[in-house]
Design a protein around this ligand. Structure first.
Ligand code: FNR
Length: 180
């Protein structure tokens, strides 16, 4: 059994990104389990605190360490990734030499009500993941725009074209993980 960690960049209760992440998590084969990784309680990274790291950092680092793959589903904030997600990436990357990210296969999906589907966030995230030595699936790229027309009021993915795209993405991601 392989474990895919899903990291949603939005903390919003009714998050569109969470809705898409929920849908994709249900498309993986039975041999894969998914774990949603919560970064909402992380103290803001401060290198001084790493002498005696806060419990929230220790628990977060441990929750990522055992994962076989990482799927990020994120909104775009001001043409980049949300600060909370960047903080989580920073916390997991330290202490120096003990990053919990390196060597894992990863995927990036960005979701937005806008037309360009969070392109800026998607590529800023890829830049960070490249430095963190997370091997991101290159194709297909996943920019899910106009999301409000894709979901119903209950947060279910109902647009058939998007469902097919996300199903194909999930399969490509599994093929990518299996290369490792
Ligand atoms: C946004 N939003 C946004 N959307 C976008 O496509 N590009 C952007 O640069 C931004 N910038 C931005 C900044 C901040 C601070 C907020 C709160 C929002 C809109 C954003 O896509 C929208 O709120 C989504 O609904 C957020 O995703 P969730 O929370 O629904 O998953």
């Amino acid at each position: 059994m392989k474990n895919i960690g899903i990291i949603v960049g939005s903390l919003r209760e009714g998050s569109f990104n969470k809705a898409v992440a929920n849908y994709v998590s249900e498309q993986f084969p039975e041999a894969y389990q998914t774990t949603f990784i919560d970064f909402s309680k992380l103290d803001i990274y401060n290198q001084d605190l790493d002498e005696t790291p806060p419990e929230s950092w220790v628990a977060f680092r441990n929750s990522v360490k055992g994962l076989d793959a990482l799927l990020f589903v994120t909104p775009e904030y001001n043409r980049s990734i949300p600060g909370g997600l960047k903080n989580a990436l920073d916390v997991g990357s330290r202490p120096y030499g003990q990053s919990v990210w390196g060597g894992k296969p990863g995927g990036v999906i960005s979701v937005s009500p806008g037309a360009i589907g969070g392109f800026g966030a998607n590529h800023h995230l890829r830049q960070v993941l490249s430095f963190l030595d997370v091997y991101t699936l290159q194709q297909p790229e996943a920019y899910v725009g106009h999301i409000e027309g894709v979901l119903d009021d209950g947060g279910q993915v109902v647009d058939e074209h998007t469902k097919q795209f996300l199903d194909d993405y999930a399969q490509a991601f599994i093929r990518w993980i299996e290369k490792f």
